[in-house]
Design a protein around this ligand. Sequence first.
Ligand SMILES: [Zn+2]
Length: 294
Amino acid sequence: MCFAREVRMSARNLLLAFLLLTLAGFTNRPARAEEPVPSKALYNTFSDEEEMSMGREAAQDVEKKYTILNDAALEPYLQDVGRRVAEASRRPKLDYHFKVVDTSAVNAFSLPGGYVYVDRGLLDFVGTESELVGVLAHEVGHVVAYHSMNDVARRWLVDRLVYEGQKAGLMSDQQIHDMLQQYGGAALLFVNRKFNREEENEADLLGLYNTERAGWDPEGLVTFLNQLTEFGADRDIVKLLLRRHPLPEERVETLKNELKQHPSPAGLKRNSSAFRRVKEQLKLLPPSPPPPAE
Ligand SMILES: [Zn+2]
């Protein structure tokens, strides 16, 4: 009896500590016109290696479910631009991968550890290279700020609080596999995950500064979001993106406000001949299939 109460008490204390840590994360908001400092939640005890292993596992899942376009021109182009964005990010040491998913959806998503996927419909949709870079940098921002990883760590900790406490040592690939399966697999956990307003804001601001550091005009993300709003939220090919990344009008306001207070230096890139070649190449491909039914 005594023992049971002790267990309950310690679980309650742990929960309290966990809630305090969660709140601490929210009080640490950056001032405007300043790049956010991404903070790993204190309860997120996963190492970068474990995160990359989780990303690898999730990427295998994703690539079983979706068709990856292995085009000799598109793939190296995306990889090259993406790597330059990633190298200028706040977490440049992760093993980043950028791939094209062959659907007509205007969509992009990232997995922990640095796996970023862009649907072919998004490549068709963007008008300038800086718009594409803005989207890539936003997705890298979700990785940099540990959004999905903090989520997994929170669920994992809550599930084990009473029984095992904190994890000790690195998890094996098998343990990571079991954990992802327990939470419904990578697609459910990461691909369909809806980001909240705080996370969107953080990914946008990280993306803005990241884009600029990598040498592209950060206005690209603004024009992309404006085009999206004009295009219409009810069209099938943009539905998934807008469900996962809500409130484009509000995001535009935040980005514009940031850019007003932090004007970009002159001479940043908006387009390139490589981008124009990619747009020409896209026209030569057979039409992509519609996004898979959910
Ligand atoms: Zn987002």
